[in-house]
Design a protein around this ligand. Structure first.
Ligand SMILES: [Zn+2]
Length: 250
């Protein structure tokens, strides 16, 4: 029975390992999600700013066209002024020329401001482009590293599954059924007893049962949680203190 207990414990240990590795394999790819989200956010901000800049550029070209047209109008107003016949006409023509000049100079002043702001934005966007590229580089190298980790984890998982299957093959069918049903109901099936207390449910076992466990002649269940129990000190003896003097050998 001692052997079956040891095998059940081995099975439990390898089951735990399999579950841990399965969780790790499942959760690893999501670890880079925050970085991916940051990158997407930065990229979309950058795209929005670029779109705004393109709009400004369109507006700037329209303004430039308007200025060109106004210059044409100014020219014709100026030639009209050349051809005036009296002072009344001259007054009107000269007011027209003046107003066109002012309109052109106002528009040019505004255009200059906008163009200056645009070139500042272009410089800023170029700097941001570099930041985004560096975050992307970071993500790519992390992804490459993660792929290595994931491959290693999968290899460990394959090993752990093989060890688990080997352990299952050695346990008696009868105990295997018990073990599986306890896993389903309790999460884990085999619990140590320390100082007479089941570590699965923290109930003090009846002293008689504790004595039976000491003999290791049968496999017993905890009356409360139903787990297969064993006395911890019998299967997992505490390591001897390092400083303990060696007993003289006979
Ligand atoms: Zn118990």
């Amino acid at each position: 029975m001692r052997e079956q207990l040891v095998l059940l414990l081995q099975l439990q240990t390898s089951d735990v390992k399999v579950r841990e590795l399965e969780t790790a394999v499942r959760e690893l790819p999501a670890k880079l999600d925050p970085l991916r989200r940051d990158l997407a956010k930065l990229q979309s901000m950058l795209d929005a700013e670029r779109a705004k800049l393109a709009e400004t550029e369109t507006w700037r070209k329209q303004q430039q066209d308007l200025i060109d047209r106004e210059r044409e109008a100014l020219k014709s107003a100026q030639s009209k002024m050349q051809a005036v016949k009296n002072s009344k006409e001259f007054g009107a023509a000269s007011r027209e020329v003046e107003s066109k000049r002012k309109s052109i100079s106002d528009r040019e002043a505004e255009l200059k401001k906008v163009s200056e702001a645009s070139s500042t934005s272009v410089a800023q966007l170029d700097a941001r482009d570099k930041d985004v590229a560096s975050v992307r580089g970071e993500l790519e190298s992390s992804e490459a590293a993660q792929k290595g980790q994931l491959d290693a984890l999968k290899a460990q998982l394959a090993e752990a599954l093989a060890a688990r299957d080997a352990a299952r093959a050695q346990v008696d069918k009868q105990w295997l059924r018990n073990y599986d049903s306890l896993i389903g109901k309790r999460g884990y099936a085999v619990a140590p007893v320390i100082k007479g207390t089941c570590q699965g449910c923290h109930m003090a076992l009846p002293p008689q049962l504790n004595n039976i466990l000491a003999r290791m002649e049968s496999i017993e269940m905890c009356p409360r949680c139903g787990r297969i129990v064993y006395r911890k000190e019998l299967l997992e003896p505490a390591p001897a203190p390092a400083a303990a003097p060696e007993e003289p050998k006979a």
